[in-house]
Design a binder for this molecule. Structure first.
Ligand code: SF4
Ligand code: SF4
Length: 608
């Protein structure tokens, strides 16, 4: 009788679970396939670190993350126990009397205690502490699930206190089994589905931050316009979100009071998918305004503990808007500049030529030069940044490095790509690739982190592969042995550019350089691999300050930098430099802004 009752409950639980999961699987299967399984080694190590060791969860919020990890490790450890109890209860096989099972059961007691501590902490945090990342509404379903987990652990621990075969022991056993089945029925429609999906989502996450496959115009791809265009990975992502809000609190746009909230983007996607709104326009779901507020800094997907990728949705939707001529006006002007003059400011090419002549730069020749220097739009046309480049040239010459530049250079295409103008990006990229192939450099050196990302990562998708290094990395290595610095200690702070610190992971080299040349670094909050954006990326360098919602991202960042007490801010990206100098000027501050190369060059002393 008891076996039959458990069978009925079991089948009801499995049916409820399967029906809800099937709906989600169907939606994933119906989406255009964007799953990729390349780089198996990277995926495996990431799986071990982020899923098994829960490192990403712990790193961002150490104590809360550890409590969560206790629950996860307990969930895994209890897998065999739960299976054995069901096999026994359903009358299939009784493993519970085996010697190994008793030892296993005993070994589970520390896990049960840890889970209990972890879940009670998380329950109090969700129900009473309510950190801003969790949103203002208390989720009843979360509370119920937490109470279920606590009950499971308590009923397990009680098995050691109750005599086998007594009514109390049987009631305890039934309570344990019924809660598991209720848990199973509740999971798929809740954020706790991440327990099942997140290992898969982390595994399938692209190995490249902000991964954006090229659009294929021959197949008439235009980007994401409606819900049915979302790729299978984005659909899977939407069902994996655990609503922790890590993406939200790390988003510089949200932090500066804008409407964009990456967590909301994912939850809106989930809602539209489950409502079957396949034909609904994405610009209507997220709002066009919100889509243009993203700087593409990558903080959201880099912080997400369950492998969700926001940028394919955000930039994919921008592609859809741009292809329909719905990009904001300020971008229209920038696109015009790119189209007519191949640079973001629309300046005449003669200005680059003048700079090349004044800096006495040679045209790159692979037989004579060690490295090709890529100037970029800023290096070609921005007078301030040209001073920094001249500093870099001076260092290279002091160290005896032979270098040259391309006779002609177009914008690498980053501002077009990140704002969704894929057609323009591909035109620029293909033209540059042709020139680069003809020049055949083995190594390219640049001071622009956006050029590193675009030429190094994005051009590879056209089959062009070249080593491109940021000046902070190249000059750090170069000056290790060859030259000594003035070691009078200056108090400075360093702003990590998103495309250098977060995208390329280059955080030690700029610091090593600064310290070698006499800097005493006061670290700013949000630094190294998780910097706070300057606000320039994703085309926002060109946006109209007056029309922006909330505070400017650069103003928020400038205040953080000022709070270090350092009067000198060192930057390593032309766009960070423009944005932060602008913020400093608005604040009428006397803070000095120095590019890393100028700082180093100012301290150079030939070795005696
Ligand atoms: S990429 Fe940066 S700005 Fe864009 S949504 Fe993510 S965190 Fe926010
Ligand atoms: S997208 Fe990721 S980081 Fe953001 S709320 Fe969901 S699970 Fe958390």
């Amino acid at each position: 009788m008891a076996t039959l009752a458990l069978w009925l409950l079991f089948l009801a639980g499995v049916a409820a679970f399967s029906a809800q999961v099937a709906r989600r699987v169907q939606l994933i299967a119906a989406a255009p396939n964007t799953f990729s399984l390349d780089h198996l080694g990277v995926r495996t190590s990431r799986f071990v670190v982020d899923v098994l060791l829960q490192w990403r969860t712990i790193k961002e919020r150490p104590f809360t993350g550890l409590m969560h990890a206790f629950v996860f490790w307990g969930f895994v450890a209890f897998g065999g126990y739960t299976l054995a109890e069901f096999l026994y209860g359903l009358g299939i096989v009784d493993l519970t009397q085996a010697g190994w099972f008793h030892a296993y059961r005993l070994a589970l007691t520390p896990f049960a205690t840890a889970v209990l501590v972890g879940i009670l902490y998380l329950l109090i945090r969700r129900a009473f502490v309510r950190p801003v990342a969790l949103g203002p509404k208390v989720s009843v379903e979360s509370i119920v699930i937490a109470l279920f987990i606590a009950t499971l652990m308590m009923t397990f621990l009680l098995t050691f206190a109750l005599d086998e075969g007594t009514t109390a022991a049987r009631a305890n056993w039934w309570a344990h089994m019924i809660v598991i089945l209720a848990f199973m029925a509740l999971i798929p429609a809740s954020k706790h589905l991440h327990l099942v999906l997140s290992p898969v989502t982390v595994w399938l996450k692209s190995v490249e931050l902000g991964s954006l496959p090229n659009l294929d115009f021959e197949k008439e791809q235009v980007g994401l316009e409606t819900v049915k265009d979302l790729g299978s990975k984005s659909v899977l992502d939407a069902f994996t979100c655990v609503e922790c809000g890590r993406c939200q609190v790390n988003c510089p746009a949200w932090g500066a009071g804008k409407e964009l909230n990456p967590k909301t983007i994912i939850l809106q996607t989930q809602e539209a998918l489950l409502a079957g709104e396949r034909e609904r326009k994405l610009g209507e779901i997220y709002s066009d305004k919100v889509l243009w507020q993203c700087t593409t800094c990558g903080a959201c997907e880099n912080q997400c503990p369950v492998g969700i990728e926001h940028l394919p949705i955000l930039i994919g939707s921008r592609r859809g808007l741009t292809s329909n001529g719905e990009a904001p006006e300020y971008l229209g002007a920038m696109y015009n500049n790119l189209e007519r003059r191949s640079n973001i400011w629309g300046l005449g090419y003669d200005q680059r030529t003048k700079f090349v002549q004044s800096a006495e730069l040679e045209t790159f020749d692979a037989t004579r030069h060690d490295v090709m220097v890529w100037l970029g739009c800023a290096g070609s046309f921005d007078a301030d940044f040209q001073k920094s480049l001249k500093s870099m040239f001076a260092i290279l010459r002091t160290c005896g490095v032979k270098f040259g530049v391309l006779a002609k250079e177009k914008c690498n295409g980053d501002p077009a790509k990140r704002t969704g103008n894929e057609y323009m990006y591909q035109e620029l990229a293909n033209a540059n690739i042709e020139d680069l192939k003809a020049a055949a450099p083995k190594k390219i050196l640049t001071s622009c982190p956006h050029c590193v990302k675009t030429i190094g990562d994005d051009y590879r998708k056209f089959g062009y592969q070249v080593e491109i290094v940021h000046s902070s990395v190249y000059i750090e290595e170069l000056t290790r042995e060859k030259i000594a610095g003035d070691r009078s200690r200056d108090k400075v702070t360093f702003h990590d550019p998103c495309y250098l610190g977060r995208y390329a992971g280059k955080v030690d080299e700029p610091r090593a350089l600064l310290e070698r040349f006499g800097a005493d670094i006061s670290e700013v909050e949000r630094n190294r691999e998780n910097p706070y954006c300057c606000g320039a990326g994703g085309g926002l360098l060109f946006s109209d300050k007056e029309e922006e919602q909330g505070t400017r991202i650069s103003d928020v960042r400038f205040k953080q930098l000022q709070a270090t007490g350092a009067n000198t801010v060192v930057t390593a990206c032309p766009f960070c430099s423009i944005m932060l100098k602008g913020a400093g000027a608005s604040a009428q501050s006397d803070t000095q802004f120095v590019d890393l190369m100028s700082y180093v060059n100012g301290k150079l002393q030939p070795r005696a």
